[in-house]
Design a protein around this ligand. Structure first.
Ligand SMILES: *[C@@H]1O[C@H](CO)[C@@H](O)[C@H](O)[C@H]1NC(C)=O
Ligand SMILES: *[C@@H]1O[C@H](CO)[C@@H](O)[C@H](O)[C@H]1NC(C)=O
Ligand SMILES: *[C@@H]1O[C@H](CO)[C@@H](O)[C@H](O)[C@H]1NC(C)=O
Ligand SMILES: *[C@@H]1O[C@H](CO)[C@@H](O)[C@H](O)[C@H]1NC(C)=O
Length: 316
């Protein structure tokens, strides 16, 4: 083949590509086909445009989530000739993406359960079009359970105690297993309730009643498992019995508080008694004095009053 015919072939080939669907040979889109996202986290669906020729300009990028069955596709990101149309929660992974940037990866800023499905990325360049599809599954894990008891504290020996073990965040119904401190499995005696929350996640609440609980076995453990039986979290709880020691301490505290309010009462009481005694003594003395005064006629009340007036007059 001469170089002229080679060139002709090339030109014809190029013309075909420009006209038809086989344009993909001049630009390829390389994406990982499967992703496993985690609820509440960021996720990048990576797609890179791989042009066969140099200096390619991107004209259009569309990212959509394909609708299942009777549902329409969701356009998540649309770039067309400098114009960008974004759905909240989705954007180019490259912060300052431009038409010369071949990294057209999509960033999910906060992955939700509803984001699972098939995604399509389509790129139009000045040398051709390329399309790729990606499938995304989303998982969510149960959080470390929280435990509580009824009654809460000061539990007496041989009372029935109801324990709770709650956990949220799983993407499917899970299981909760119960064990005591000796490793005995009490799961059969427990009752599990699973509820789907608004965000498509589950809330587990398991209830286990310890019949006639005694302080010889106080520590109970619950384990949260996902639907596949893998452990996702566990917690332990110690039943708060009234201990003998605590009882004695409480008595002591009682005594202390009694003396606390008793002391001022005693002090105040004795003070009042002393005052009363003083008053009585004073009254008795003045009565005696009055009797004694009445025996001296010269020093009668009238005379003293006159003397007092005279003295006042002198002062004025
Ligand atoms: C594409 O961009 C994203 C976000 O900046 C980055 O994490 C990823 O590594 C890039 N991929 C390539 C192949 O450069
Ligand atoms: C667990 O759930 C039960 C029932 O919904 C509730 O009564 C209990 O207070 C919860 N306990 C904790 C620690 O959240
Ligand atoms: C605990 O008991 C439950 C219910 O009987 C059972 O399904 C589970 O396998 C047991 N777990 C262990 C570790 O024995
Ligand atoms: C209760 O039991 C669990 C598991 O056996 C253990 O990890 C935890 O330390 C115990 N808690 C107390 C307060 O003894």
């Amino acid at each position: 083949m001469t170089s002229a015919t080679t060139l002709l072939f090339f030109v014809i080939h190029l013309a075909c590509i420009r006209a038809g669907n086989s344009s993909e040979s001049f630009v390829k889109l390389e994406c990982k086909t499967e992703y496993h996202g985690v609820y509440g986290q960021q996720l990048i669906l990576e797609c890179i445009v791989k042009p066969v020729v140099v200096d390619v300009t991107i004209i259009t990028v569309t990212w959509k989530r394909m609708g299942a069955a009777d549902k329409a596709d969701d356009n998540l990101l649309e770039y067309h000739k400098e114009k960008m149309d974004l759905t909240p929660g989705f954007k180019f992974a490259e912060p300052s993406w431009n038409k010369k940037n071949m990294n057209v990866s999509l960033l999910l800023t906060n992955t939700k359960m509803a984001d699972k499905g098939a995604y399509e990325c389509m790129v139009t360049t000045d040398v051709g079009i390329a399309t790729a599809t990606i499938s995304l599954s989303v998982t969510a894990k149960y959080k470390t359970p929280t435990m509580s008891s009824i009654p809460v504290t000061n539990i007496k020996e041989n009372t029935d105690v109801t324990l709770f073990c709650n956990s949220t965040g799983g993407h499917q119904t899970g299981l909760i297993w119960w064990f005591d401190q000796f490793g005995s499995n009490w799961t059969r005696s427990a009752e599990l309730v699973a509820k789907e929350t608004d965000d498509g996640l589950f809330r587990l609440s398991s209830r286990f009643t310890v019949l006639k609980a005694t302080s010889s076995s106080t520590n109970y453990t619950c384990k949260v498992l996902n639907v596949n039986g893998a452990k996702e979290g566990m917690a332990s709880f110690v039943i708060k019995f009234v201990s003998r020691d605590l009882g004695r301490k409480a008595d002591h505290l009682d005594n202390l508080s009694t003396t606390k309010w008793l002391t001022p009462v005693v002090v105040l009481g004795s003070l009042i008694i002393v005052l009363l005694a003083a008053l009585l003594l004073f009254k008795r003395r003045s009565a005696q004095r009055a009797r004694r005064q009445s025996t001296f006629p010269l020093m009668s009340g009238h005379q003293t009053d006159n003397m007092h007036d005279q003295m006042l007059g002198q002062k004025v």
